[in-house]
Design a protein. Structure first.
Length: 335
């Protein structure tokens, strides 16, 4: 738990809740983005919405008590949850990592329990708002956030505001089609960016090569067990000079670059922030993405944009939830 030494000013506090399939993180966050305290709970999603809701409330109560803060001193609550969600109504519709959650009005349930304004947002969009507000996108007006990990997602901040789309479903970056007849994606479509450039795609391509008997260090690193092949293993093989692994990563990063170049042409952003586990590949990823942007995007947009690594690390979900609370409460008060 992170505990601050100074007490914040009244109404300068926000509660952020990062609701995932395996863990709940509740945190008390100052307007500056400083996290005063965090509290973890296992989600235990299989026990259903009511049980998860009780643990969520317990985590928020505990984090407040750790700082001797009363609910009356908190401005608002934000929740970041995996989609699909309906942000406008604060409803979790049918997330695959939360079984049994069908049209659960989570924001209203929390607000009724604690009598504080509560706002819900997709976790990737919330992460985009976090990087814009507290991280690598500070000071700009037009930013796109891309998270590249097991899957690929993201969010758009345009004219200084989170862009949610007509149904609150904007930002599905991983599901733009790059190859109409390409590999099958988890969404059911073919040739999505996620099916070509994610950690899942990298592992799939590696398994295919190993199963065909292509000589590669990847097989040795997993002792021939194809189920243990991951993007991390492929990166390790590449770092040790394995040509096949290097080719797999290069192809995936090229596709990621193509997807990002498309975003540059569409939105002409100032900053592209890339986060997620694949950024552990460092300049192998960032150099490729920048080079593809330079080659494929319109020159005026390519010269305007800067590609940056995300800054907030594992706190991005919590800070995203707090940023949602902060900006939504501010917008409501100005109406």
């Amino acid at each position: 738990m992170n505990v601050a030494k100074e007490q914040p000013s009244n109404k300068d506090l926000f509660l952020g809740i990062d609701l995932g399939g395996t863990k709940i993180i509740a945190g008390l966050v100052e307007r500056s983005g400083r996290i005063l305290a965090k509290e973890y709970r296992e989600t235990q999603a299989a026990q259903g919405p009511a049980s998860v809701f009780d643990r969520l409330i317990e985590a928020t109560t505990t984090v407040l008590a750790s700082q001797s803060i009363d609910l009356s001193e908190v401005n608002a609550i934000g929740v970041a949850a995996a989609g699909p969600i309906d942000a406008a109504s604060g409803t979790v519709t049918a997330p695959p990592n939360l079984p049994g959650w069908h049209d659960v009005p989570l924001a209203r349930l929390i607000q009724n329990r604690v009598s504080l304004p509560t706002y819900l947002e997709n976790d990737a969009a919330a992460a985009a708002l976090a990087e814009f507000t507290f991280g690598a996108g500070r000071g700009c007006q037009h930013m796109i956030y891309v998270t590249a990990s097991t899957g690929i997602g993201g969010g758009f901040v345009l004219n200084g505001r989170l862009y949610q789309g007509a149904a609150g479903a904007a930002g599905e970056i991983g599901h733009m089609t790059l190859l109409p007849n390409g590999p099958l994606c988890g969404c059911g479509n073919r040739g999505c960016l996620e099916a070509l450039a994610s950690g899942t795609a990298i592992a799939r391509d590696a398994r295919e090569r190993v199963s065909r008997g292509v000589p590669t260090l990847i097989a040795e690193l997993v002792n021939g067990d194809l189920t243990k092949i991951s993007a991390k293993v492929v990166a390790q093989a590449a770092d040790e000079g394995d040509i096949e692994a290097q080719e797999i990563l290069q192809e995936a990063m090229e596709y990621l670059g193509v997807g990002v170049a498309n975003l540059v042409n569409l939105f002409n952003p100032e900053i592209i922030v890339i986060g997620g586990g694949l950024t552990n590949m460092g300049e192998r990823l960032f150099d490729t993405v920048r080079r593809v942007i330079d080659r494929r995007a319109f020159p005026i947009s390519a010269h305007t944009v800067e590609v940056r690594p995300a800054q907030l690390g594992s706190d991005v979900g919590l800070l995203g939830a707090a940023a949602v609370a902060m900006t939504s409460a501010q917008q409501d008060s100005s109406v």
